[in-house]
Design a protein around this ligand. Structure first.
Ligand SMILES: [Zn+2]
Length: 380
């Protein structure tokens, strides 16, 4: 089975390379904004919208006379940007058709959009990478990439540069034992609870760093706009955000890899994360825990490691149902941490009860579902 995977490394560019990277990011942003402006105008004039291939052709013609500075960077940077723009438009149109709210493509602001993608002659060495037009840049860690490289996305977070390689590689499929299903409930108190009662605690990076973040944001807002001090504090703030994000991602990767490697069948609720994010006080915690990222990781990692991920439909009452006698408790509040069944007397942690119910979805009460489930694949 051919799977796609990505590897991310921090770069250690020298000053000359930093300038070149910034030029690439700038050109990518310019091409995106240029393409967007042109498409808006074309649409106004003709009622039709262009596409990436056509726009790249137009840009190449203009490059000679209008934008000669573009020759300093790899032609991939603007080309890939125009493809991104295509995707943004496709998502927007698709959203209109399916009734999902997807915003109209926005112009990329300087300082917010610092990334570009390269294809072509990319090489990865033990502790450096070679990118077209940019050359060999050292990496902070040793690289360990297996598979053939599809592309390299370079991005800047605060004052650090990262590269993320998309690769494609062959993975073996594994047979899955039938009695090994595990329900996993992504909790509110605890990051996740399995149907065995195993609790996976979140390091709560945002919670821990939140006080610091609050203080720094406050300090930042008091600095005079345009002053050197404000710039300095903006950088510090961005660095803190970046470190929180990195720590959170490390945790999510560790947990999802461990689960995908050790649990042959994982049953998880298909949560409506978008809907929950809108719910005020829950949103920060959910955002912090990175549930949607976690689900996504679980989905591709179960594919890599040959395990099976089943997403249980949202209407399945995993929280409200007693995992022993199947009675449904209609008014079971989000704030109640313990599930007490009035019928059979079961007293159990709410998240563990939900995890067991999720497991039962595949093994216990509905054994038939397993037989028709496709055990070879990953997410649905
Ligand atoms: Zn009961």
């Amino acid at each position: 089975m051919l799977v796609q995977q990505s590897y991310r490394y921090e770069l250690k560019p020298n000053n000359k390379q930093k300038t070149l990277l910034a030029k690439h990011a700038g050109t990518a942003r310019f091409a995106y904004n240029w393409g967007l402006a042109r498409r808006i105008e074309e649409y106004k004039n003709t009622g039709k919208s262009s596409n990436a291939i056509e726009q790249h052709r137009q840009l190449n013609v203009l490059k000679k006379t209008e934008f000669p500075w573009m020759y300093e960077v790899s032609k991939c940077a603007p080309q890939e940007s125009l493809h991104n723009l295509d995707r943004a438009f496709n998502n927007f149109y698709h959203g209109l058709k399916s009734g999902k709210r997807v915003g109209f493509p926005k112009f990329k602001k300087k300082g917010k959009y610092n990334s570009f993608r390269l294809t072509g002659s990319i090489h990865i060495f033990e502790s450096s990478v070679k990118l077209p037009r940019i050359g060999i840049i050292r990496t902070k860690e040793r690289t360990d990439v297996k598979g053939s490289i599809l592309s390299a996305a370079v991005s800047r977070k605060a004052d650090r540069w990262f590269v993320s390689f998309s690769i494609e590689r062959e993975r073996k499929k594994h047979k899955v034992a039938e009695n090994s299903a595990k329900g996993i409930d992504v909790g509110i108190n605890c990051f996740a609870v399995t149907s065995d009662g195993e609790r996976i605690e979140s390091p709560g990076p945002l919670d821990n760093a939140l006080k610091l973040l609050k203080r720094r944001s406050k300090q930042h807002s008091k600095k005079k706009i345009g002053s050197a001090n404000r710039k300095k504090s903006a950088l510090r703030l961005a660095r803190l955000h970046c470190s929180i994000k990195n720590r959170r991602n490390d945790f999510l990767h560790k947990v999802s890899t461990q689960l995908a490697k050790t649990k042959p069948v994982i049953v998880i609720e298909d949560l409506n994360i978008r809907g929950m994010m809108r719910n005020g006080h829950l949103s920060r915690k959910i955002g912090d825990a990175g549930w949607s990222k976690f689900m996504n990781m679980l989905s591709y990692k179960t594919e890599w490691y040959g395990s099976y991920l089943l997403r249980v439909p949202r209407f399945y009452p995993s929280s409200k149902m007693c995992s022993r006698c199947k009675t449904i408790k209609e008014n079971f509040n989000l704030s109640e941490r313990i599930y007490r069944c009035e019928k059979c007397g079961l007293v159990i942690d709410r998240d563990e009860n939900a995890a067991i119910n999720l497991k039962h979805y595949i093994t216990g009460s509905s054994p038939g579902i397993y037989a028709c489930g496709d055990t070879s694949g990953g997410g649905t």
